[in-house]
Ligand binder design. Structure first.
Ligand code: C2G
Length: 132
């Protein structure tokens, strides 16, 4: 049976760290579902608007090999519902989230992948601001 992988994130100012986590997540199954945080959630969680809006961010994620579905995650509390709704067998997150998703081990596998070092949305925003 086809194995479904799900991952969540903001994916703002899309960079190689995002690409690598998406590629490695896709490689763990047959279908990858990428949950993209809603703008409002990002504002609440990080205290700033994303650089790219929720309408723009999903478009950055192109990977023809994997059949992907984007969903906008309006609420952190809904993760369990999304895992069930999309029939996910595996939840994948970068290891900055290690332990934070273990509560879902009762309904799916939970895998934390090593983050790509030395790159982040915040660092990119700071770098771009400093050069403009
Ligand atoms: N990531 C990575 N390497 C980086 C930067 C990010 O592997 N250098 C991974 C993160 O670990 C995460 C994904 O890329 O799995 C998306 O990162 P963010 O957009 O920063 O996602 P975040 O806002 O942390 O959202 O509730 C969970 C959150 O929605 C995760």
């Amino acid at each position: 049976m086809a194995r479904t992988v799900i991952t969540f994130g903001t994916f703002d100012v899309f960079h190689v760290g995002h690409l690598r986590v998406i590629e490695r997540a896709a490689a763990l199954g047959d279908r990858l579902v990428v949950g993209v945080s809603a703008d409002e959630l990002n504002l609440r969680k990080k205290g700033r608007e994303p650089v790219f809006s929720q309408a723009e961010r999903p478009r950055d994620r192109r990977r023809p090999q994997a059949r992907r579905r984007g969903l906008r995650r309006e609420s952190l509390e809904l993760k369990r519902d999304y895992i069930v709704q999309f029939g996910a067998d595996v939840l994948v997150m970068g290891d900055d989230w290690t332990g934070r998703f273990d509560e879902f081990r009762d309904i799916c596998e939970v895998v934390y992948l090593p983050r790509t070092p030395a790159i982040s949305t915040t660092a990119l925003i700071e770098k771009i601001s400093a050069t403009s």
